[in-house]
Design a binder for this molecule. Sequence first.
Ligand code: NAG
Ligand code: NAG
Ligand code: NAG
Ligand code: NAG
Ligand code: NAG
Length: 362
Amino acid sequence: MSVSLLSFAALFTAASAKSIWLDTTPQAPQPYALKKGHGIPLGQAGAWNWFPVTGNSSGNAFCIMNTAGAGTAKGQGVFPHVHKKTYENFYSFKGRVQLWGQNLDTYKANTSVQQTRVLAAGDFGAIPHNTIHTFNLVDPDTLLTGVLVPGGFEELFFAIDKSGFNFDLTAYDVYPQTDFVPRTDDVNGRAGPGNWYDGPNPLPADSKAPIWVAKDHGPKWLNSDGGRYQIISPFVTGNLTDNAFAQGTITMSPQLKNGTAGPVPVVHSPYATAFQMEEGQLAVDVQGYDQATLIEGDVIFVPANTSFSYFAQAEFTKFMYVSGGGSGLDAMLQANAKTWTSAFYPTANGPLTKRTSPMVKI
Ligand SMILES: *[C@@H]1O[C@H](CO)[C@@H](O)[C@H](O)[C@H]1NC(C)=O
Ligand SMILES: *[C@@H]1O[C@H](CO)[C@@H](O)[C@H](O)[C@H]1NC(C)=O
Ligand SMILES: *[C@@H]1O[C@H](CO)[C@@H](O)[C@H](O)[C@H]1NC(C)=O
Ligand SMILES: *[C@@H]1O[C@H](CO)[C@@H](O)[C@H](O)[C@H]1NC(C)=O
Ligand SMILES: *[C@@H]1O[C@H](CO)[C@@H](O)[C@H](O)[C@H]1NC(C)=O
C-alpha cells in the first residue's frame, strides 16, 4: 500500500502558517482551496464554466470542470464524439444532466446497445476511452461537475472559445461521430441495459462501456478509522483506469463523542487528491497551512506526497473525491473497511444523525 496512515502526532502542531485559500486556480501544483464558483472562468452560450482544478494546477493529473446553466428542451449540449486518451466523468451536482454513451467498436460492429441515463443530483456516468457520447443539461438550474483525466484536456474549451470550431479537433483528442443518433425512448431516467434506481449498480469488470452509478445504488464501504465513520462510494476505481485515477464520494460522521476516538488519521498519498464539498462542513489541515473549513461547493486540492488530515464538523458531511492514481485515498480507506449497504453510517451508541439530531429538529 503506497498510502500511509501516520499518527496525528507532531505533524500539524507547529504554529499556524498561512492561508490555503486562493481567489482562483493557480498555474502550478500547490495546496489550495477555492470557494464555490471560484476558479478559472469560461463563459459559453447558455452555460458558463469554472475550472477549480486544471492540468496546470494538478501537474496534469486531472481537471475538475463545473458547468452551470439552464437546460435546453431538445438537442444535445455537443455533437456525439469520442476521446481516445481522455476519460471523461459526469457528475450531477444539482439539476439533471442526460448522458448518452456506447463503445465505438461495438457500436460499429452492432454488438452493443446504446445506453442513456438522466443523472439527477448525486448520480454519475463515466465515459471511458473510445466511447461515443453526448449530453444535455435538463433543468433550469443545473450544475454538472466534470472530471477529465488526464488534466490538460480543458485547453479544448479555451480553444473553442477563442476560434469557434475552426481548428483540428483531433489535436485536442476529439473525434466527432456524427452518424450516432441519441435514443429518446428513456423511461424513468434510463434506456439501454443495466439497473438505475431500480436495483444495485455494481462497478463493471472493465472500461469497455459507460459506467453508471445512481446515487447510493453503487457499492459502498464503511471505514471507522480514527473514531469516525466514512462511507466510501466509489464511481471509478484504479482497476478500471489502469491506475490513472479514482473518483467517488465520502460521507462522514464527526468524531464519536463516547471516548473511543483515536488520533485523526493523516493521509499521505503519492497522488494528487481533490475534494468538492456537497453537504455539511469539513475541516482540512494541510501540512504548512492553516486549517480550512469547507462548505457546499468548495474545492480543496492537495498535491501528491503532501500530508493532510480532515474531519467532519457537521453530521452527514459529504464530498466528492478525485485521486490522481489508483491506490490513493479511496483505496487506503477501503483496505480497512467492511462492505456496507446503507447510505447512512451506524447510529447506535454513536453520533446523532441528521434525522434525529436536536440541532435540526424543528
Ligand atoms: C496552462 O499553462 C499554459 C502554459 O503556460 C497556458 O498557455 C494555458 O493557458 C494554461 N491553461 C489554463 C487553463 O490555465
Ligand atoms: C443491429 O442489431 C440489431 C439487433 O441484433 C438488429 O435488429 C439491427 O437490424 C442491426 N442493425 C444493423 C444496421 O445491422
Ligand atoms: C475493482 O475495485 C473495486 C473497488 O475496490 C472492487 O469492488 C472490484 O471488485 C475491483 N474489480 C476488479 C476487477 O478487481
Ligand atoms: C511521490 O512520492 C513517490 C514515492 O517517493 C514518488 O515515486 C513520486 O514520484 C512522487 N510524486 C510526485 C508527483 O512528486
Ligand atoms: C462508541 O461508539 C462506537 C460506535 O457506535 C461503538 O462501537 C463503541 O462500542 C462505543 N464505545 C463505548 C465505550 O460505548
